[in-house]
Design a protein around this ligand. Structure first.
Ligand SMILES: *[C@@H]1O[C@H](CO)[C@@H](O)[C@H](O)[C@H]1NC(C)=O
Ligand SMILES: *[C@@H]1O[C@H](CO)[C@@H](O)[C@H](O)[C@H]1NC(C)=O
Ligand SMILES: *[C@@H]1O[C@H](CO)[C@@H](O)[C@H](O)[C@H]1NC(C)=O
Length: 321
């Protein structure tokens, strides 16, 4: 009896020693690994409130758009001053502010300055009718798109700080506000804080060939990989992030691709991008299908004509899919 006990005890002690050593090595390695990872985590409300200052003076500001009634969702839609027809279509289709019953949505088109005086007069006229345009005094060019996004985020931070969520969506998109509100933002549930989602892009690299339209010099961006970001075609985030993103943006060099730039800010703040549970944000064009489109948020490349054609059919999706 005694003998068998003894012979079993020794190997047990050895097993324990081995397990102990393996654990020490494993945890040591993990600690080492983690020390090389980013360790800042965004903690909502740990940031003191601060005021934002616009980068350029506003021509059209819509200061009273939010007074007394903070909306659930603000839609920020970059638009060219001359794209009157596209804005008109978007107002009648996916950015109609009263589409989702019981949910207040504010639509804002983001404009820079046109080079032509007549276009500017038309913009001011249009703005006086719809009050859904904001415009700052920078030239409206492709390479100034980052300034447009920052204008929108600055506006939200200062004029509409109580908004629950902000969605930036391009004007050449199909967008489904019902799915976004009901299945992602879920108004009945506690507010999501530090939330940011969209079409995730990971491991994207700056183009170093000088001939490329997307060329980025090492001076503009020295690292070989961009931080993760959400494609600028459509992304959504919690409103309380707005002033924090804006403040961070003021501290780093401007970058021409607004989506990558916002990714850089989020990386510095320590916000983790949420991975959508399905293909809710489509980066490529897909053929319109009523019930398929009812279960996603955005699809890329939908022209004004396409939207006007499919919209009456899509309205049926709300009841039938
Ligand atoms: C916006 O949607 C509401 C509710 O569906 C509808 O009554 C209204 O006509 C729409 N407005 C426009 C400009 O299409
Ligand atoms: C456009 O031209 C009109 C008349 O020439 C002038 O009154 C107005 O200030 C100009 N507007 C802009 C935005 O330059
Ligand atoms: C952006 O806007 C500013 C201010 O109007 C202008 O000076 C600059 O040339 C624009 N940048 C680009 C790249 O178009």
């Amino acid at each position: 009896m005694n003998k068998t006990c003894k012979t079993f005890k020794r190997p047990k002690a050895i097993y324990l020693l081995v397990i102990f050593l393996v654990s020490v090595i494993f945890f040591g390695y993990n600690n080492y690994k983690n020390s090389h990872k980013r360790t800042i985590i965004y903690v909502p409300f740990s940031h003191p409130p601060f005021n934002t200052t616009p980068l350029y003076p506003y021509h059209i500001e819509e200061r009273s758009k939010c007074i007394g009634r903070p909306p659930f969702l603000v839609l920020l839609i970059p638009s060219l001053p001359e794209d009157v027809v596209i804005r008109d279509t978007i107002r009648k289709t996916w950015a109609n502010e009263s589409l989702v019953p019981g949910i207040s949505i504010n639509r804002l088109f983001l404009l820079g300055m046109p080079s032509n005086n007549q276009t500017q007069m038309a913009v001011e006229q249009e703005s006086s009718v719809f009050h859904d345009i904001i415009q700052q005094d920078f030239l409206d060019t492709y390479n100034n798109l980052t300034l447009k996004t920052l204008m929108g985020i600055e506006w939200v931070s200062r004029i509409c700080p109580q908004v629950k969520y902000v969605m930036k969506v391009d004007s050449d998109m199909f967008f489904n506000p019902w799915f976004l509100v009901r299945h992602i933002l879920e108004p009945g549930k506690p507010d999501k804080l530090g939330f940011f989602t969209g079409l995730l892009v990971k491991g994207s690299r700056p183009r170093r060939d000088k001939g490329s339209k997307w060329y980025i010099s090492k001076l503009q961006y020295p690292k070989s990989v961009y931080p993760p970001y959400c494609s600028g075609t459509g992304y959504v985030f919690s409103g309380e992030l707005s002033p924090i993103i804006y403040k961070e943006a003021m501290e780093i060099n401007m970058f021409p691709y607004e989506d990558v730039f916002i990714g850089m800010c989020l990386d510095r703040i320590g916000v983790e991008l949420s991975k959508p549970a399905g293909n809710w944000f489509e980066g490529e064009w897909i053929q319109y299908d009523r019930c398929q489109f009812a279960k996603l948020v955005t699809v890329h490349h939908y022209s004004s004509e396409d939207l006007l054609t499919l919209w009456p059919d899509f309205l049926k999706a709300v009841e039938q899919c």
